[in-house]
Design a protein around this ligand. Structure first.
Ligand code: BTN
Length: 244
């Protein structure tokens, strides 16, 4: 493994020792016009952010990277990039380990969360996506465990540099697949690694808790549930558990 990680053709690495959040740094660069494939990587983050205002504990030893994407679409389709990123993470898990993707974009390995994905978009006044920052934190060497975590942690193993090379290569491949075939092809790949149809799940929607059976995702990535009150489509929420 080379000391300087090798990125896909045309991609650019911005390597930092320490930063508040790689997502903030990538957004700043994106606002200044850097092209798609600009990757901000830091050895540590002092203010790493997770979804829903949570923190992402980020000492040296794990991977923290944020990639600038310019998907040329409107906001609802940009959310599909969360599935692109989740599949890219699943792609770098070594063979022989059990992988499960959880809606919307968690990846569990051997039952533990191995990575977190934080997508942040900038929109024009007319709703066009100007850029998306795909922030990915991967537990490479250790798995921080905090009280607010929904899943136990898991680690990928290997080196941070190898994880970054693998992740960026997988991201480039999954992005190309998304551009060529749209969400449909990814949806099949995602479902093949998701929990079984019919498994009982709880989903938190603000203060509401919805219980139902997992019925897949639709063509826009919304979660489909069969509940006691009938079918339900959930565009944004937090999956709390999946029986199997
Ligand atoms: C989650 O809540 O699961 C998402 C966590 C995302 C963490 C990554 S680490 C790199 C990038 N920079 C951040 O501040 N957050 C993301």
């Amino acid at each position: 493994m080379s000391l300087a990680p090798v990125l896909p053709d045309g991609w650019t690495l911005v390597a930092l020792e320490s930063v508040g959040s790689t997502n903030d740094e990538a957004a700043r660069l994106a606002d200044r016009g850097v092209p798609e494939g600009t990757v901000v990587w830091a050895r540590e983050q002092t203010g790493g952010r997770g979804r829903r205002g949570r923190r992402w504990v980020s000492p040296v030893g794990n991977l923290y990277s944020s990639t600038v994407l310019r998907p040329d679409c409107r906001a609802p389709r940009a959310a599909e990039l969360g599935f692109v990123a989740a599949l890219a993470v699943a792609d770098i898990v070594p063979p022989g380990r059990s992988i499960r993707v959880k809606w919307p974009n968690d990846v569990l390995v051997d039952g533990g969360k191995v990575a977190g994905i934080l997508l942040e978009s900038a929109l024009s006044q007319t709703g066009e996506v100007q850029h998306v920052v795909a922030g990915v934190g991967v537990n490479v060497g250790f798995a921080p465990q905090l009280p607010e975590m929904r899943y136990p942690g898991a680690t990928l193993g290997g080196t941070v540099e190898a994880a970054l090379e693998g992740l960026t290569a997988a991201l480039a491949r999954r992005l190309a697949q998304w551009r060529a075939a749209g969400f449909d092809g990814l949806r099949e790949a995602w479902l093949a690694q998701a929990g079984p149809i019919g498994a009982e799940v709880d989903v938190r929607l603000g203060s509401e808790l919805v219980r139902g059976c997992f019925a897949g995702i639709d063509r826009e990535g919304a979660l489909l549930l069969d509940t006691a009150q009938g079918p339900r489509k959930i565009v944004s929420g937090e999956l709390l558990g999946q029986a199997t």
